[in-house]
Design a protein around this ligand. Sequence first.
Ligand code: AMP
Length: 279
Amino acid sequence: MLGIVRDVAGLRARVRDWRQDGAAVGLVPTMGALHEGHLALVRRSLATTERTCVTLFVNPRQFSPTEDFARYPRAEARDLALIEDAGAHLVFAPEAAEMYREGHQTEVSVGRIGEILEGEFRPGFFAGVATVVTKLLLQAQPDIAFFGEKDYQQLLVVRRLARDLDIPVEIAGVPTVRAPDGLALASRNAYLSDSERAIAPALYRVLVAAATNVAAGKKAKAEEARATAELKAAGFAPVDYVAVRDAESLEEARDPHRAHRVLAAAWLGQTRLIDNVAA
Ligand code: AMP
């Protein structure tokens, strides 16, 4: 039976019981509106740990005033059914007032890795993410927490903060789950019109082509420019960035012998899509 708790004390009590039974605990943080990408994280946790807690929390602190917090998709009853079907053990679904109690001040800032790429286009975003993820890790104290490669920079930000703050948790990355046409599953895909949805898979196609070329020795800058032009031609506007970066630091790729990642963010109408692939 799936348990649901909405307060930190309840979450801690459940996890304490599991630990007393010697169970390893997995945590899957999400903002809800679940799809197969989220469920891949849940399944990975179930396969790796004895007890899995999924969190559902649309974190107001990672949205800027001009972003889509108010209209972000919310579907709690459906999410709970999907989580129960998957076989997870507990849902933590707090109200904002439980997460950020009156007078809350503290923010976690991860420095440079949170300031480039997404951080440049969404100021404050990674401070919001790092703060809520730090809180969730300290509240649940899982053995392993699972994050999607879909949000590759976020995965690295979370690894950074866990290391820097000595939080005793393993951060596991899970490969991106895609629609058959290549589009990375995302809760915000629900915003796309039919014609935008038809264009959207070009993002993945263009990234794969750039990654293939970079792996074959072509110049990063030329591939970034070519991919940007192709996205614009496909109908994306604006293209926030296409970046060939070192896969660990996300700094400019200078050493051809290191692993690279090609990352992009681009708009279709009112919807901002992000994606990334290994090169
Ligand atoms: P979100 O609810 O969008 O904040 O995402 C919650 C978690 O699910 C994050 O770790 C995401 O990276 C991960 N996630 C979202 N979409 C996908 C996907 N298509 N494939 C794999 N993981 C995903």
